[in-house]
Design a protein around this ligand. Structure first.
Ligand code: NAD
Length: 354
């Protein structure tokens, strides 16, 4: 298992260090892990003058999976756009052809109080949103701002999906549904948009290859509403890039704790980039305050989706549950009556629980 480690910026190095300790513990138990560190984002700009340097490109191409902390920071905000840390993230996703973004929204019962929704609505929530990441209106041509034939300025983007793009994301989503409770909800706006009517038709067709999975369809406006009304009705959801962008953020906030949420972006061969859903949190960087659990849970996703080691992934997730059940909390998820711990101490506890 060759893993490229890219700590990134801000709290990135702190949280990734804790995930590396978990990996080290698994390695000493016999997991065949090889790791190599590289730079991405602001850290890469500082060292090489660009956010996704050639050395990092070679490193991630040679690896089976990539673990990323987060990129970005105020010191880079004045750079020319192509040099900014976020460009490094876009570049690595594009370069590795990561078209499937997996965003779980899972609420541990101990943290139900952190959600802004009533605990009975969200306790036990466990949704996986599968978002297409490389197509749709974010990339469709033509796009632009121009003067129309009436001499007025107008702006336009194009929502497009090819059949192969829909088929491959649908297959990923059905595959994940097979590993979970075999229910998949495809989200579209087929009543208004031809692109998503086509999406619905192709997803339905792919569904014939997965007769064990119960497929349902929902309009995106209803899905947005149902996610806050009765989120526990969902298991796996699959949708295009723009709807997925919005719904996955909505779903993640049902849990109320951004420091807990992992994510994965996969290519056609299940090679993946794994990273917490949050950013580089410059406001708390370097103070040993960050919550490392989203990164540790991203590592668990890597073991499950890129290395097919459900057993080891479950072991890591169980260790996290144990630590939460014992009442340990970093500042972002702290509640009275619990024990407030640092990033490092949280890492210590997970390694001990393993
Ligand atoms: P952010 O997610 O970094 O922070 C939002 C808030 O959540 C902050 O108060 C932060 O302290 C807190 N927070 C985030 N992660 C936490 C953790 N693990 N533990 C405890 N608290 C945590 O979002 P932002 O402030 O909008 O962005 C900061 C920087 O991160 C920007 O440069 C932005 O471009 C970048 N960013 C990067 C990514 C990425 O690398 N994928 C994603 C989003 C933002």
């Amino acid at each position: 298992m060759k893993i490229a480690i890219l700590p990134g910026d801000g709290i990135g190095p702190e949280i990734v260090a804790q995930a590396c300790r978990v990996l080290e513990a698994l390695r000493s138990d016999g997991l065949p892990v090889e790791t190599e560190h590289g730079v991405l984002g602001g850290a890469a700009y500082d060292r090489h003058g660009e956010p996704y340097p050639e050395a990092t490109r070679r490193l991630v191409h040679a690896a089976d999976a990539v673990l990323l902390g987060a990129v970005g920071g105020p010191q880079y905000d004045k750079l020319d756009r192509p040099l900014r840390p976020e460009r490094g993230l876009l570049a690595i996703r594009k370069d590795l052809n990561l078209f499937a973004n997996l965003r779980p929204a899972l609420l541990y019962p101990e943290l139900a109080g952190a959600s802004t929704l009533k605990p009975e609505v969200v306790a036990g929530l466990d949704i996986m949103i599968v978002r297409e990441l490389t197509g749709d209106i974010y990339f469709g041509q033509p796009r632009g701002i121009a003067v129309n034939e009436l001499g007025e300025r107008e702006a336009y983007n194009t929502m497009r999906y090819s059949e192969s793009e829909v088929r491959r994301i649908a297959r990923v989503a059905f595959g994940i549904a097979m590993k979970r409770s075999r229910r998949l909800c495809s989200v579209d706006k087929a009543n208004v948009l031809e692109t998503t009517e086509f999406w619905k038709e192709i997803v339905t067709d792919v569904g014939r290859e997965f007769p064990e999975v119960e497929l349902s369809h929902m309009y995106v406006d209803n899905a947005a509403m149902q996610l806050v009304r009765n989120p526990k009705q969902f298991d796996v959801m699959v949708t295009g890039n723009i709807f997925g962008d919005i719904l996955s953020d909505e779903a993640s906030m049902l849990t109320g704790s951004i420091g807990m949420l992992p994510s994965a972006s996969l290519d056609e061969n299940n090679k993946g980039l794994y990273e917490p859903s949050h950013g580089s949190a410059p406001d708390i960087a370097g103070r040993d305050l960050a919550n490392p659990l989203a990164t540790i849970l991203s590592l668990a996703m890597m073991l499950r989706y890129s290395f097919n080691r459900d057993d080891v992934a479950t072991r890591v997730e169980s260790a996290v549950k144990k630590v939460l059940a014992a009442g340990l909390r970093t500042a972002d998820i702290y509640q009275p009556g619990c024990e407030k711990v640092s990033c490092t101490a949280m890492g210590d506890a997970v390694v001990a629980a393993l």
